[in-house]
Design a protein around this ligand. Structure first.
Ligand code: SF4
Length: 887
């Protein structure tokens, strides 16, 4: 008897990992935890929960959260934990069960956390923050939370106007978090030991550079409803200056990030090669709040990539920066990366490229592996408007660049534009169509052809930019302009993507909102608003009701702000001087350019102290500086097949077949197994599974075949995989088999399952078994994604017995839950508390074969072949068969 391996006592469902309730929600892997790179089992200490107010796949793609998790992970007395917003189906389950939202690592209800830190990434996630507090039984208002509640803090780009959230947060970190997060943790830890009240904690936190305590300021409003005064309640705490990490070179970087089981938005190693941008695009908040530019050295980037590839098993690295093309040594760095990884089929992606930054050498390097998409951002359709926003891109340069990109082999260029920019006319909007068509024509001129995807967002004025005083265009105007663009671009056979107008309208309210919006958020949450950034969840009617109930007019927040009007974020000092922003606004009206200070002339934005805080740029180096001798991997001429049996237990039962495939692809990469690859554009490691196990079933008998270089023994494979697989997946046997041995799906005949029932269902099992065995037939009808499958359960049953509360069966086709439901006369849903185990696979006898390694030619195959269990109909009912020699 194998004991049930309890991996966690509690989870988001307060113990549901140990039953199958997670099966009733979409993508259980969102909530099961246990990913590589996580830390569990730290007892005592300070629990610091990093909360991301959006769904797991979005949150797991956010580099900032990975960085902070890595920082906290490095301190033994801190328990780092994560939690993401539950998808509506999960929220419904949670409310039904009355459980608390809890962390993925320790299954800790959020209420028990010492610190609960939210990432404030975008305005449309604000209702999710309230929902996560609500699902944890934590009062929304900071004023209603005493020292018995977690300290609720926030940080991220939206912290630069924290006012709409001011009533909910105890403290908000403005700026870079790598150092500050540890100072906050230390402060809370010391305070806990001393046992003082919450006011004492807030006083201490306010002494940490970059920490804003909203309750230490009082805001008043004038007769027109505008902010009249933001009054500091402490003489020495009048404004909060942003926190800086002055030098990225020594800053922490997560080279052992958490590797998700699920496919996430950015499924790759992400390396921030520089922070900040001084190009000075006047609409871009990130260009002001992350100044000055601080570049990581190429040597350090190469080091990070090497470690991260080894620790994650990813096959792509993304070089992140606000403007990757500006990075000082980009071409030599890409050459260095390509020399090291191209032969291993690892790709480099460059998410944002400036017009004119693709050198011929760079194009040549990137084409050594697959192309990962090329994006250009002219932002506006006319040169006049591009001068207003200080984009400084001429049409000629854009077209020349497009020609070079198509000529270098890219098939699609994505073009980003905005509508609603200050001073925009319909001529500028028409310019989007004209220039996009011209860009497409460059493909023909380059002789390669190519397509153009046009992405159009709506301008939302943001705090701390020269356009912070400008009005936002109305929802109606956005819709009209989008309709015009869609129609005209379609005529030119160009595909357009856009953000829906109501979302931009709502974003605009919170982007420049004040403290009174807390009432609106509470009301919107009460009415059921969630995931407002997701069009399928955004509810315009509920939001309209919330505005009405809260007495808020959205147009008030979209209006032009007077230059002498106090702005809600005036007490937040991002480092850039107000006078500079005003001068830039004047320059915008005049269409005058402001040069990039990285060229050598400071334009006086005010952020640098030229001692610690200053531009940190890499010196240019020759093209081949980081080159290494390219040694193609010495793939053995001969290949061999290895068959393994592995277990999939505990929480791993919630992994879908696709997620399990990804898990093994990453594990093979991490373990550096000399696996053979398919050929083609996207080479895949050559391994295949016997069957797809149903989600929710644990298994002691999963089988896979690997094709590896000859000489890599079965024992090597077993050890290498077990050294890197997550808890719950373990290879138990491995053996070399003939290259010509039949595939697993061909020789698999039957499966032995055990279904352990809750006591309430395990009544008179012998009687129910006898009844079922006496049946002539038991039809089964399954419908999935429009496909209907029908078969006879009775006919597929070969052996059936019971012991205590467990049914044990040998079956051909069918799921154990379907058999158990039919035997007991209940529904599959009624079995949610049953434990389902696959104990054994019974194979047809396999003739003994020689197992010489043979020369193979890699052929393009699907990465992972899966075949449903072979149908076995000719064998008598209820008769066990002998297992064939499979390993
Ligand atoms: S202070 Fe000068 S050098 Fe520093 S970021 Fe601003 S403009 Fe550039």
């Amino acid at each position: 008897m194998v004991l049930y391996p309890v991996i966690a006592d509690r989870d988001v469902f307060g113990g549901f990992l140990n039953n199958n309730r997670l099966l009733s929600v979409e993508k259980p892997a969102r909530y099961m935890g246990g990913e590589m790179g996580t830390v569990t089992g730290r007892e005592g200490g300070l629990s610091f929960v990093l909360a991301f107010p959006d769904v797991y796949e979005i949150g797991m793609s956010h580099l900032g959260l990975q960085v902070l998790y890595g920082v906290l992970k490095g301190v033994p007395w801190i328990k780092p934990e994560r939690v993401y917003a539950p998808w509506p189906d999960m929220e419904a389950q949670l409310r039904l069960e009355g459980g608390s939202l809890a962390t993925l690592e320790g299954g800790m209800p959020l209420m028990e956390a010492d610190i609960l830190g939210f990432t404030l990434q975008y305005e449309l996630s604000y209702t999710n923050i309230l929902n996560m507090l609500d699902l944890s039984g934590i009062p929304f208002l900071a004023a209603e939370r005493d020292a018995s509640y977690p300290l609720v803090i926030g940080g991220g780009p939206c912290a630069f106007n924290p006012e709409p959230l001011a009533d909910f947060f105890d403290a908000i970190l403005i700026g870079d978090g790598e150092d500050a997060v540890l100072e906050i943790a230390q402060c809370v830890s010391d305070w806990k030991v001393e046992g003082l009240g919450k006011p004492a904690l807030l006083e201490r936190l306010s002494k940490i550079e970059g920490v804003y305590i909203p309750s230490f300021f009082s805001v008043s409003y004038d007769a027109l409803g505008r902010v009249a005064e933001i009054a500091p309640l402490r003489e020495e705490y009048r404004s909060v200056r942003r926190r800086f990490v002055s030098d990225l070179e020594s800053a922490h970087y997560p080279t052992t990030p958490v590797v998700p089981f699920l496919k996430t938005v950015h499924d790759r190693v992400s390396v921030e090669i520089s922070r900040g941008c001084t190009r000075g695009c006047r609409f871009c908040q990130a260009g002001y709040i992350y100044r000055p530019v601080r570049e990581r050295s190429p040597e350090r980037v190469l080091e990070i990539v090497e470690e991260a590839f080894g620790n994650t098993g990813y096959d792509e690295v993304s070089l992140l920066s606000l403007s990757t093309g500006d990075y000082g040594c980009l071409t030599p760095l890409i050459k260095g990366l390509m020399d090291r990884y191209a032969a291993q089929k690892k790709a480099v992606s460059l998410p944002s490229m400036r017009v004119g930054s693709l050198s011929p050498e760079m194009a040549e390097e990137v084409r050594r592996v697959r192309k990962t998409g090329f994006t250009l951002a002219p932002e506006a359709g006319s040169e006049r408007l591009r001068s207003v926003i200080n984009k400084g891109v001429t049409e000629a340069a854009l077209l020349e660049n497009a020609r070079a990109v198509f000529g270098a082999g890219w098939r699609i260029i994505k073009l980003y534009y905005m509508i609603g920019l200050p001073t925009e006319t319909m001529e500028d909007v028409q310019g989007i169509i004209d220039i996009s068509r011209e860009v497409k024509r460059q493909g023909k001129l380059a002789g390669s052809g190519g397509d153009v995807n046009v992405s159009v967002s709506s301008f939302v004025p943001k705090p701390h930019t020269p356009f912070q005083w400008e009005p936002q265009i109305s929802e109606e105007e956005i819709v009209d302009k989008q309709r015009f663009l869609r129609t005209e671009l379609k005529k030119k056979k160009l595909i357009m993507k856009w953000q829906d107008a109501p979302l931009s309208t709502l974003e605009g309210v919170f982007a420049r909102g004040d403290r009174r919006l807390s009432t609106l958020l509470i009301e919107a949450h009460r009415l059921g608003c969630r995931f407002d950034g997701w069009w399928e969840h955004f509810d315009k009617v509920k939001w309209a009701q919330a505005f009405e109930n809260a007495g808020v007019d959205p147009r008030f927040y979209h209006r032009r702000r007077e230059l002498d009007e106090p702005l809600p974020w005036d007490h937040i000092d991002c480092g850039v001087r107000r006078e500079f922003l005003l001068a830039e606004r004047e320059a915008a009206i005049a269409g005058a350019p402001t040069p990039d200070c990285r060229e050598g002339v400071c334009t006086g934005c005010g952020v640098c102290d030229f001692d610690e805080v200053k531009l940190r740029l890499n010196e240019p180096v020759p093209f081949g500086t980081y080159a290494v001798e390219v040694v193609p991997p010495q793939a053995a001429e001969l290949a061999q097949r290895i068959r393994v049996r592995f277990e999939k237990l505990g929480r791993m039962r919630f992994l879908s077949h696709l997620e399990q495939q990804t898990l093994f692809i990453r594990a093979v990469g991490r373990a550096q197994i000399p696996i053979r690859y398919s050929q083609g554009f996207h080479p895949h490691p050559k391994f295949s599974f016997a069957t797809a196990l149903s989600v929710g079933v644990e298994s002691y008998a999963e089988y896979m075949d690997f094709e590896v270089d000859a000489g890599f023994s079965a024992q090597n494979l077993l050890d290498a995989l077990n050294g890197t697989l997550p808890e719950g997946i373990r290879v138990v046997e491995a053996a070399e088999i003939s290259m010509k041995a039949p595939s697993l799906s061909v020789i698999m005949e039957k499966v032995r399952y055990r279904v352990t029932l809750p006591e309430t269902l395990a009544l008179d099992l012998p009687g129910k078994i006898a009844e079922f065995l006496a049946l002539e037939s038991s039809p089964m009808r399954r419908e999935k994604k429009g496909k209907v499958v029908e078969f006879d359960l009775r006919h597929e049953l070969y052996k059936l017995s019971s012991e205590g509360c467990a049914l044990e069966m040998v079956v051909g086709r069918g799921k154990p839950s379907e058999f158990a439901a039919a035997i007991l006369g209940v529904t599959v849903e009624d079995l949610k508390d049953a434990r389902l185990e696959k104990l054994e696979v019974l194979f047809a006898e396999v003739p003994a074969v020689e197992t010489p390694a043979v020369e193979t030619t890699a052929v393009e195959t699907t990465a992972v072949e899966t075949t449903a269990a072979a149908e076995v109909t000719e064998l008598p009912k209820a008769q066990a068969c002998e297992a064939g020699a499979v390993l």
